[in-house]
Design a protein around this ligand. Structure first.
Ligand SMILES: [Zn+2]
Ligand SMILES: [Zn+2]
Length: 380
């Protein structure tokens, strides 16, 4: 048993050392990571991909996606065939088709991917939609890149043979006004990190080793969606509420701009529940059960509408974000004010009639977390 404990401790120490980057090039990736590599001709994109493969990344080249399609269709793998097939795929399925197909190949259980042959900004956008994706670019002076091409043992027939041809051929794939064509320059400007490959392989690997922790940090940041963003604001607004039975917040949003905010509380100038206690009234339900409700407050949703009314802001066609599904009174008010969509964080136990009424009025009701909001004194 002592041996097992010893091993675990040493593993922990190695892990800590690696996190501190004291072991050169031994960075451990804690979550899924997709690194896209773009860059100029012969700048070192494949060298980067191969190095990452040595660190357990799976390499997907968007050019291979076309090659595989050509094989499926029984076409000869020639540069002309591949170019024609690429264009026909983009025309039929959109400019991001290769990126989409590459994403389809990704397995959720595989953590690390490196994607190369990214040549169109829409491909970058498609890959970025999958989250945990970071694009890097690599470049080097043109003379050096041409030298590298000349030294290549496996050169294609179509590869340029003079420096002038090299520059002209590069220009064709670097910039284009056609949205479906190759536009590497635009892709490079979309990269989060840039590498300059002017030295030896070792120097390039060292740059990558230094960059990998930064790439992982950048990839792990998840930008909130609009709904998440506004719901976060609802939570903050609700903190100003003065009745602790819910402390609800609400905001009204139009064209992604906040029109009004509201939180649960007594009307302005009146005493607050938090200061003098609740003002309870009992409700006897049809099944005989009795619940009590605090009637001092204006609800968060009603207060947002009141704020808009006070300042002359139209909320017609707007979206309302709130902590839980609205009560029946607020629902009627929201319909009358012209709210077209309601986004709630959770469900409200007494919202059956509200849901029916919203459906009848054709108002969209989205509940982000399909669970009941709990608060004191609620009816089962
Ligand atoms: Zn109260
Ligand atoms: Zn209400």
């Amino acid at each position: 048993m002592a041996g097992v404990r010893k091993l675990r401790l040493s593993e922990k120490i190695i892990y800590l050392f690696e996190r501190l980057h004291l072991f050169k090039g031994a960075f451990i990736f804690s979550s899924m990571l997709k690194i896209g590599v773009t860059g100029t001709f012969c700048a070192g994109k494949d060298t980067i991909a191969r190095y990452l493969e040595s660190k357990n990344f799976i390499h997907i080249s968007l050019s291979d996606v076309i090659r595989d399609e050509a094989r499926t269709r029984g076409l000869a793998i020639t540069r002309d065939n591949l170019q024609l097939l690429g264009n026909s795929l983009r025309n039929q399925e959109g400019a991001a088709v290769l990126a989409k197909r590459a994403i389809d190949r990704m397995d959720q259980n595989t953590k690390l991917y490196v994607i190369t042959s990214i040549r169109n900004p829409l491909e970058v956008k498609e890959l970025a939609k999958t989250k945990q994706f970071v694009l890097i670019s690599v470049d080097a002076p043109a003379t050096l890149r041409f030298e590298r091409l000349m030294k290549r043992t496996e050169r294609k027939e179509s590869d340029p043979t003079t420096f002038e041809d090299f520059l002209a051929s590069e220009q064709r794939e670097m910039v284009s006004s056609n949205s479906t064509s190759q536009n590497i320059r635009s892709c490079m400007t979309m990269a989060r990190f840039h590498l300059s490959n002017e030295g030896t392989f070792e120097e390039l690997y060292k740059q990558l080793d230094n960059l990998l922790p930064l790439i992982e940090t950048a990839a792990s940041y998840q930008r909130p969606s609009w709904d998440e963003y506004f719901m976060d604001i609802v939570q903050t607004v609700g903190k100003r509420g003065t009745c602790d039975r819910g402390r609800s917040g609400s905001i009204i949003v139009k064209s992604k701009r906040i029109m009004a905010t509201g939180y649960v509380g007594a009307p302005p100038g009146m005493v607050h529940c938090d200061d003098v206690g609740h003002w309870f009234k009992k409700t006897i339900h049809e099944d005989g059960s009795i619940t009590q409700h605090c009637i001092r407050t204006v609800h968060a949703e009603a207060n947002a509408i009141a704020q808009a009314a006070r300042y002359g802001i139209s909320v017609d066609g707007a979206t309302l974000y709130c902590k839980m599904e609205p009560c029946l009174d607020c629902t009627k008010l929201l319909i009358s004010a012209g709210i077209r969509r309601i986004v709630c964080d959770k469900r409200y136990h007494g919202a059956t009639e509200s849901r029916e009424m919203l459906e009848e009025a054709g108002i969209i009701l989205d509940v982000l977390h399909d669970e009941l909001e709990q608060y004191p004194g609620q009816k089962g």
